[in-house]
Design a protein around this ligand. Sequence first.
Ligand code: ATP
Ligand code: MN
Length: 528
Amino acid sequence: MKRLDLSTYGIVVEDIRHNLAPATLYQEALRTEKDSVIASSGALIAYSGVKTGRSPRDKHVVRHPSSEHEVWWGPVNVEIPEATFGVNRERAIDYLNTRALLYVVDGFAGWDPDYRLKVRVICTRPYHALFMHTMLIRPTPDELASFGEPDVVIFNAGRFPANRHTTGMTSKTSVDVNLESRELVILGTEYAGEMKKGVLTLMNYFMPKRGVLSMHCSATADKETGASSILFGLSGTGKTTLSADPKRYLIGDDEHCWTETGIFNIEGGCYAKAIYLSPELEPDIYQAIRFGSVLENVSYDEDTHTVDFADHSITENTRGAYPIEFIQNAKIPCLAGHPENVIFLTCDAFGVLPPVSRLSPEQTMYHFISGYTAKVAGTEVGITEPQATFSPCFGGPFLVWHPGKYAELLRSRIEAHKSNVWLVNTGWSGGAYGTGERMKLRFTRSIVDAIHSGDLVNAPVVEDPIFGFSVVAACPNVPSEILLPKQTWTDPDLYDHTARKLAHLFRENFRTYEEGVSPEVRAAGVRI
Ligand code: ATP
Ligand code: MN
């Protein structure tokens, strides 16, 4: 292959390893990264270092006259001047130039050829190259030969820190987005997920500009009709787990767009949580973590290289990345028809929200803008209170425009295609975290099945007195007594008290958005 010339970026390293195959990247990883090993399943085990999750507070966006009126400035999109971007970009390139060799991965973002972006990743670690080879859409040899200039370039110099004396830097980590030059510069974090979510951030800018809704959701499709379902939800709510469903086609597990013609996946791979992963509960994902996949931050047996999925000594956020075709029923190309069902997943650790409710158009807007889930307290002694998290559009950290832009696109799509909208609680039942327990995966799967079979459209419903939505009161293969959460609590007064507390948190959070929505949407969230 012709040697790749990166001098247009100021990169002068001679040895550029361009689009290496997984087997070669394995060899490179074992050769250059002292702690990389091959798991007994064949996956490549790698470590991301100090950062084992994203760093949302260190994401910066360049303020530029041509896009400054489009960006939702604030804690999600922290502005930096173009000069700061220039400093960080040069710092990254200077660091890359100190390396003896670099890896370059060229791939696509977006399965619909009308909307896809050509993405180039320049990095120092074979683990990062294999990760992005897995997560981007892999071009055919012909597509690669005619790839030309990329639309987007990711400079991953994550091993090297940002300088805290640079204007606007508050830590040694900086993930900098430049919407004009279409570049992403990463300093001070080696968490591979920053790259894939960086691509989503760019799509979240470019797609709405073209009237397309980009979404933080998973998607499946009916094998007969091709109609799709999309599952929104924040981290840990079940997007990846519930989209691995052998009864349906897998379209994708995390990032999609909804166009005039249907939906498409942005990615070429999936990135599953690996904590407590078991072949019994999640057989499709378990078998996908094999040769060609990356396993991050897991512990393993020194002798057998068997992975201990229950070990969270490095992080709770252990992950496996695998090409989407490793899931047997993945549909390639990852495109499907308009969503018949839109599912909002929430992991309510207060144990208040029902396992499944149906939402009106106004409730849909209210809950989409709210983006509620909860986090259970860490492992600190004595802390048992769950923490509510609200993240607009179920993906606040990756939004570029104001949430209202995505909400309006969703509203008009749902209206045009008459999609049913459901709120599904994959969190606690029988009491809050500490008293109750997490909803059985088997029951959540049955609920999703019943949504897809159409059984729930005509199921009996009860109006929730506090939240106003229609609580589904009967569902095949789910015991009726768990469908109405108050019945599962030993202390009904405590249930009411906790529900009111959660309703109050919803109201507090929604204040910032009240002015931008209709009175109907404002009234659709909480009744009390
Ligand atoms: P991210 O955006 O970080 O990728 P995600 O929404 O894809 O998050 P998953 O990877 O699907 O989240 O994680 C859900 C986790 O919760 C899995 O580890 C799954 O096994 C576990 N889980 C337990 N009970 C349930 C349930 N009832 N429904 C869904 N997931 C459940
Ligand atoms: Mn996921």
